[in-house]
Design a binder for this molecule. Sequence first.
Ligand code: ADE
Length: 244
Amino acid sequence: MLIETISVFPELFEPYLSASIMGRARRAGLFEFRAHDLRDWTHDRHRTVDDAPFGGGQGMLMKVEPIFEAVEAVSAEGPRPHVVFFSPCGRRFDQRAAERLSREDRLLFVCGRYEGMDERAYALADEVVSLGDYVLTGGELAALAVIDSVVRLLPGALGDEMSPVDESFSADAGLLEYAQYTRPASFRGMDVPEVLLSGDHARVAAWRRASAVERTARWRPDLLERASLTPEETELARRAREGA
Ligand code: ADE
């Protein structure tokens, strides 16, 4: 997979994408990354990428011409990329979207800054993504979050010992992940549930399912609307939500 970004702060990406699992996946050739500087497609002495909005108002907008030139020039270097813009006005990103993007061969992420973009720039977008209902100073952090969530889904990225299959938000479960523990079995009066020490795989599996239902009911009850629960699990969720 080839992942590219266009932004006015191309240097923000390298540290994160060189470290840890991202760095390892990159060195293993699972993805290639290139950060492009939007200012390379300006033509004035000050390399201007922003301007005041028509009609007045606060702040500056990203100009349309450099964005068009950049996306067109970068796109022409290879097969047509899937082009993603970032904005708090976009569609909220989720695990399903990460899975969809992980199947693309070439992703081009366009990161805005300032108060937004000239609306005409969005004509280039295959999709507009929001990280959540809050405002960042730019799209770079959103792009990094999306890149991370996509790369870890690439086969081999997490290594053999880890699997993205039964974690929170994976498509089939619709529940948060179950509670997990490691040594020590007892810490400051807080004991690991006995069943997890039992070695009884069926009991462990049943406990984990109940734990996932309880945690989801307590922390993300909105997710339960789309999860399929047995009558016993529905009762368990009701009690967890009431804090019983
Ligand atoms: N740019 C600024 N805020 C953003 C957000 N919440 N998601 C995506 N891009 C952004």
